[in-house]
Design a protein around this ligand. Structure first.
Ligand SMILES: Nc1ncnc2c1ncn2[C@@H]1O[C@H](COP(=O)(O)OP(=O)(O)OP(=O)(O)O)[C@@H](O)[C@H]1O
Length: 310
């Protein structure tokens, strides 16, 4: 085929398609992980380097070229856990075991309800696209199917692994007693205890769906994309699990959750720089989920205002 760029054959088209596919797959591997920011940094760095070469800035392009060589090795060392997890993910079979079955999610929801009824604290992270291997390594490796009695036993007050969070991969519990990254105490969720801040912290750094049962209030909540949702009843929990986990398409990059805000809350936030959570708590009963956001975790509104008022 003759084009303005010369002859293009079937091989060239195949070449372009394969390269585009590989670039897309590489993007899927890093999307939703902390590596995204690093990739952005690398692109800026490469842009400056190319600009320096085009403009003939010899010293700058020499220095950037040298720094780039060292930087590649530094990145390999820094992101060794992510690279390992990414390669594991590439080789992992995409069968039924890799996704949470409906029965496992039902058991999970039932266990959450029972833990909440008894006011037994629990922290459960469900892995989606971002590998949680580095957090699993902070706890004890397990390989067990999700079941109501097993989850109850794990979080029972005197159980050896009740402290910390557990990690679910598909229908299996892969680690317990794990340490999750804490959301800073000076942030939006400063009035929360460490269990909730650990849930928010992990959900901020990964695309995991993190479930929390409060020991103090016996409430069930979901943290997603750095946001803590409102108290959920059993039906709402099942619905959210279905949409956030069961229906979550494998291979889709995680989309940051855009919380449904009221006009008042949004205006308050942007006008005077106060944190969104306080503004929403003030907006109180006006806050309603956005009509097309059933799968989104809505930040706390009325329940929080109630808590504040007591
Ligand atoms: N970084 C962390 N990673 C995982 N789990 C944690 C972490 N920090 C604390 N936890 C868990 O949270 C428990 C303490 O919860 P704390 O009472 O401080 O939080 P909370 O948010 O007020 O929760 P609750 O409403 O259940 O009391 C610890 O015993 C531990 O099991």
């Amino acid at each position: 085929m003759t084009t303005p760029f010369g002859q293009i054959g079937v091989q060239d088209i195949l070449d372009i398609v394969v390269v585009a596919f590989l670039i897309y797959q590489a993007y899927l591997l890093v999307a939703g992980t902390r590596a995204v920011n690093v990739v952005r940094g690398i692109l800026v760095f490469a842009g400056v380097w190319v600009a320096a070469q085009l403009l003939g800035l010899t010293t700058l392009s020499f220095l950037l070229g040298r720094a780039g060589t060292v930087g590649i090795f530094a990145l390999l060392v820094l992101f060794q856990p992510e690279l390992r997890a990414a390669l594991e993910r590439v080789g992992r079979p995409r069968g039924r075991d890799a996704s949470a079955s409906g029965a496992a999610l039902q058991d999970l929801a039932r266990a959450m309800e029972r833990l909440a009824e008894r006011k037994t604290g629990a922290l459960i992270a469900i892995e989606r696209r971002t590998p949680l291997g580095e957090y699993a390594e902070t706890g004890v490796n397990i390989d067990a199917l999700v079941s109501v009695p097993f989850l109850e036993a794990l979080f029972a007050r005197n159980a050896p692994l009740h402290d910390g969070g557990i990690i679910l991969q598909g229908a299996r519990v892969v680690a317990a007693g794990c340490l999750f990254p804490l959301q800073p105490a000076d942030g939006t969720y400063r009035r929360y205890g460490t269990r909730h801040r650990a849930a928010i912290g992990l959900s901020e750094l990964t695309d995991a769906v993190v479930l929390v049962v409060s020991e103090e209030r016996g409430s069930m909540r979901i943290a997603l994309a750095g946001r803590l949702g409102p108290d959920l009843n059993g039906t709402e929990l099942r619905e959210q699990l279905r949409e956030l986990v069961y229906d979550y398409p494998a291979g889709r990059p995680s989309t940051p959750v855009k919380p449904g805000t009221t006009a008042k809350a949004a205006t308050a936030e942007s006008a005077d720089g106060r944190d969104a959570e306080e503004a929403r708590a003030e907006a109180g009963a006006e806050a309603r989920p956005s009509p097309n956001s059933r799968a989104e975790v809505q930040p706390e509104t009325r329940s929080e205002a109630r808590k504040e008022g007591t």
